[in-house]
Design a protein around this ligand. Structure first.
Ligand SMILES: [Zn+2]
Length: 437
């Protein structure tokens, strides 16, 4: 190609790209039909939400969680999905997960849609019922109604509109609803194994936790724990600071925590919090494992200190960097003291990658096409860990595709009804575009 034709080709490419982008901000005729189908189903969508909100599914109420799962199984079967219930070991005391899958004929994009069936409200909670707000027709109250039975129902009815209308002829959808998001079964290596396997064979994972107008979630911080154990020489207090007795465990613990504050703190997105501390002559763990019993006297140099804390991070690299710095700090012991630190992994970080960002752009285009505002990235430091975090290290991921509401984990949990319909339309059109890419 000579340089003129190259320039023409580049211009042509540019104009095509811009052309497509502008088109994406509008609904095609088919997409308008999909939106109409969601509207036509909306009353039965609300009825189904009512039915499953009225089934208590507190994480430890296994029968209730399975019953909610069963209700979804029946609906997914009607649109040709194959259901599998993934059992957990008995001693874990969790209900398991629902996996519903469908291949649409020709090979194409493999999409994983994530939700959870459980809520934080136990079987004996006074908060059990789906109830319309008497003063606000746009508001419905109910346990788990925005965290996240609404999101699960958005998934079902978006897929229903697409399948019933025959709008998809390639690709694959895997719906994965966990039964223990609010209190994850341990060990995580078992309770999240199947979920990670499905993620590894998918091209994209979408989580339907509640949304925020104008925002998309493509990054969430990970969380982990640490325990610091400091030892000193037990001796009469009159000898403290001497070569023989040294500083004692409590001064050394103070030194370490101060150095953590001075030397490890500072990176954007990194926080760590000592949550509990106990020190003295003897320190023993409480029966429930959350606290400690400490015994000591003012005239005895402290022999032991235990500190338990948490650490949050925006990437695995940041987590490792912080841990290395902490390890260096604890090595610089005051006289006659020693310290060890142990780290426990919990939720990995969902790092805001460029691939996640590109999906957010597509999803934003759909929002605009539906008359909503364009989406910008939610600050990852303001979102806690969620199920999407387990799969984000393996696959392009996005979260907060659900409807909006508020008061989650409280007896005032509510759903914005309009957003419930909008979120379903948006998901249906977005999935339609993805499956036809
Ligand atoms: Zn949730």
């Amino acid at each position: 190609m000579n340089s003129l034709s190259k320039a023409v080709a580049v211009l042509f490419c540019l104009s095509t790209t811009f052309g497509v982008s502008a088109e994406n901000n509008k609904l095609s005729d088919t997409e308008k039909q999909i939106v109409k189908a969601v509207e036509n189903n909306f009353q039965s969508q609300i009825n189904f939400l009512e039915k499953i909100v009225n089934i208590n599914s507190g994480t430890r109420h296994l029968k209730g969680v399975r019953e909610v799962g069963k209700a979804f199984e029946q609906e997914f079967s009607k649109i040709g999905f194959k259901n599998t219930w993934i059992e957990m070991p008995k001693e874990m005391d969790r209900a398991g997960h629902l996996l519903s899958e469908k291949s649409f004929g020709k090979p194409g994009k493999k999409i994983m849609l994530i939700g959870h069936l459980d809520t934080v409200f136990p079987k004996d909670s006074p908060f059990q019922k789906f109830e319309r707000d008497k003063n606000d027709p746009n508001k419905i109250i109910g346990p788990g109604i925005t965290d996240m039975k609404d999101g699960d129902v958005v998934v079902l009815f978006a897929l229903k509109a697409l399948v019933d209308g025959g709008y998809v002829s390639k690709g694959q959808v895997s719906v994965f609803f966990t039964g223990d998001e609010e209190s994850t079964g341990k060990p995580i290596s078992i309770s999240r194994k199947a979920m990670i396997e499905v993620a590894k064979r998918s091209d994209l994972a979408l989580n339907f936790e509640s949304g925020t107008p104008g925002k998309g979630v493509i990054g969430r911080r990970g969380s982990s724990g640490w325990q610091l154990t400091v030892t000193g020489k037990r001796a009469h207090s009159s000898g403290i600071f001497s070569d023989h007795t040294g500083a004692g465990a409590i001064f050394e613990a103070g030194r370490i925590l101060n150095d953590f504050y001075q030397e490890v703190k500072g990176e954007h997105g990194l926080t760590f919090n000592p949550g509990v501390i106990a020190g003295g002559t003897f320190v023993d763990a409480d029966a429930d494992g959350a606290g400690f019993k400490a015994y000591g006297k003012t005239n005895v140099v402290a022999q032991k200190v235990v500190v338990k804390g948490g650490l949050r991070f925006v990437s695995e690299e940041q987590k490792e960097r912080a841990r290395d710095k902490m390890r260096k700090v604890i090595e610089k012991n005051l006289p006659q003291t020693d310290a060890t630190i142990e780290f426990q992994d919990s939720y990995p970080a969902m790092t805001a990658t460029d691939a996640n960002r590109a999906e957010l752009k597509k999803f934003s285009d759909v929002s605009v096409a539906l008359g909503m505002e364009p989406l910008t990235e939610f600050d990852p430091t303001k979102r806690g860990a969620a199920d999407i975090s387990f799969v984000a290290p393996y696959v392009t991921s996005m979260d907060a595709l659900g409807a909006w509401g508020g008061g989650s984990h409280t007896p005032n949990e509510w759903l914005n009804v309009e957003s419930f319909e909008l979120a379903t339309k948006r998901t249906a059109v977005y999935l339609y575009r993805l499956l036809n890419e």
